[in-house]
Design a binder for this molecule. Structure first.
Ligand SMILES: Cc1cc2nc3c(=O)[nH]c(=O)nc-3n(C[C@H](O)[C@H](O)[C@H](O)COP(=O)(O)O)c2cc1C
Length: 198
């Protein structure tokens, strides 16, 4: 069972978390920055761990573009787990997060989400990471390795995965309703995002 971590990072916080997750997954798992990740890589792996900073409640723009380019036939063969780095504030919580949206996107494409979306906390926009987050990321990577081997033996409960999707879809469709009522995208949602479901 082969895993790959693909991440986007401007100030290095998501990168540090991605590398810690890869170390936890072990077995030679690599953490690749999004700009060097080739589409063909996805055909050679079992688990894709995808990470982005939260930008206005969503994955970064280049991560959104990347996810739009993933083919359904590729995604349908993948197990996925998504994480993000985010601020710990009530305002940030209201806008939503990147990990849930990335998980929902992959599930729409037919991927099997083997873990709930996970967020790692930064103390400020440029970081640093909150105390203990790097160690927590390594532990999460180890958990993913265990979940991956359970999933490969067919032991993983599908209900975990379904609950995750339903929770995410309710939030997404709530925003879609807001979009329709306002006729223009609500603040923080560009027209393009409004159309493609981000
Ligand atoms: C334009 C902008 C918008 C942001 N929006 C959010 C947000 O909605 N919620 C949140 O928790 N953090 C938000 N952040 C903070 C980022 O999550 C933080 O900068 C990121 O974790 C840094 O990761 P990096 O070092 O890998 O680039 C925002 C940051 C920027 C620059």
């Amino acid at each position: 069972m082969k895993a790959l971590v693909v991440y986007e990072s401007t100030w290095g916080n998501t990168e540090r978390i991605a590398q810690a997750i890869a170390a936890g997954l072990a077995g030679g798992t690599r953490a690749l920055p999004l700009k060097t990740a080739r589409a063909e890589e996805l055909d050679k792996i079992d688990l894709l761990v995808i990470g982005s900073p939260v930008i206005s409640g969503r994955p970064s723009q280049s991560m959104q573009t990347y996810l739009q380019s993933v083919k359904r036939e590729t995604a349908a063969k993948l197990k996925v787990a998504a994480f993000d780095t985010r601020l710990k504030s009530r305002f940030a919580t209201v806008l939503g997060n990147a990990a849930s949206r990335m998980t929902a996107k992959f599930q729409e494409l037919g991927s099997n989400a083997i873990a709930k979306p996970e967020g790692f906390i930064v103390k400020g926009q440029k970081g640093p990471l909150a105390d203990g987050e790097v160690d927590r990321a390594t532990r999460w990577g180890k958990d993913l390795a265990r979940l991956l081997s359970r999933a490969s033996r067919g032991e993983l409960s599908p209900s975990l995965s379904r609950k995750t999707v339903e929770g995410v879809r309710r939030r997404v469709s709530h925003r879609a309703v807001i979009h329709r009522v306002h006729e223009v995208p609500p603040r923080g949602i560009s027209e393009q995002e409004g159309r493609n479901g981000w």
